[in-house]
Ligand binder design. Structure first.
Ligand code: SIN
Length: 306
């Protein structure tokens, strides 16, 4: 059997199949449907300084080969995360990566400071600089190289844990934002968050999402995700965690060929919260069939025509 373990920064994960923020709750919601100890890592829901109700409904709609969400970063806030979730994570059996969102540089800093002031087994932080669904902050950071580098530098000063910047596909040049993350001291980038989209009901003439636009995810965006990962792979040396439309092990292999060291399964969790375990088993079988000891030789090895 292949060795599926991977290393990002100084952290080793037992396998490269993670679950994406916002698609797996706080990691504790489906104990009867999935054995989370088999998952490479759980990236928990975005946490902000204060609790947030999120956007008014409708905030989710199914679309061809995907869905659009505009949740608006609804979450319990950092105090409750510390008091109620951290004790649970001591027992959960899967590495936890905490996703942090903020509407200002100060907010990201305060959340990270609060987290670092308490003892926890969180292995790292994924910094959400790419949420398309909030008026303040969110994507504002992830579309600007200077802001990305500054924020990364400030957060880097505060923690030795893994620091992962989550990139937006809604930019002219994702490589430039990835380079700013690397220059700021990030250990890795995750690519990509959702693609800005819109859904209209032709019968009623109404928009299907309260905020007009939302974030498109699911298989519809896999080609976008692959292109972004490949561009980033050609621009930075830090590892890339691929996200976007992964539903099976073939998708995982494609993301690895494009340049990912690991992937996050997102929207597919809504259909089957146990899908990551199945993908992991199929990935193992594929590597055995190919007589590969690990995924190392596959990373970034897509054959292009030039
Ligand atoms: C949301 O809460 O609106 C989605 C989070 C994100 O896209 O980063």
């Amino acid at each position: 059997m292949a060795d599926l373990s991977i290393k990002i920064g100084h952290t080793t994960f037992k396998n490269p199949i993670f679950v994406a923020s916002g698609t797996f709750g706080y990691g504790t919601e489906n104990p009867e449907l999935v054995d989370v100890s088999n998952i490479g890592a759980i990236v928990t829901k975005s946490i902000t300084l204060n609790p947030r109700e999120g956007n008014p409904p409708p905030r989710i709609v199914e679309t061809p080969s995907g869905m659009i969400n505009s949740i608006g970063l609804a979450n319990i806030g950092v105090d409750k995360y510390i008091n109620e979730m951290l004790p649970v994570y001591e027992e959960i059996g899967s590495p936890i990566i905490m996703n942090i969102a903020g509407s200002s540089m100060e907010e990201y800093i305060k959340v990270l400071q609060q987290m670092e002031a308490v003892s926890s087994n969180i292995v790292g932080y994924e910094i959400n600089i790419s949420c398309p669904n909030v008026k303040e902050g969110g994507m504002e950071f992830g579309v600007d190289c200077n802001m990305t580098e500054k924020l990364t530098k400030e957060l880097r000063k505060l923690t030795d844990r893994l620091l992962i910047m989550k990139l937006s596909p809604n930019v002219t040049d994702i490589s430039a934002i990835a380079t700013s993350s690397e220059n700021g001291g990030a250990d890795a980038v995750s690519a990509v968050n959702t693609v800005v989209g819109m859904s209209i009901d032709h019968k009623t003439g109404k928009n299907n999402i309260y905020t007009t636009y939302g974030g498109l995810s699911g298989p519809a965006i896999k080609p976008v995700g692959l292109a972004c990962v490949h561009k980033v792979y050609n621009s930075v040396k830090i590892p890339i965690i691929g996200i976007g439309g992964i539903v099976n092990s073939s998708d995982v292999i494609e993301y690895i060929l494009a340049g990912s060291i690991a992937v996050q399964v997102g929207t597919a969790n809504y259909r089957d919260p146990g899908i990551s375990e199945k993908i992991l088993n199929d990935l193992n079988s594929y590597l055995d069939e190919q007589e590969l000891d690990s995924i190392d030789s596959l990373i970034g090895s897509v054959k292009t025509y030039d």
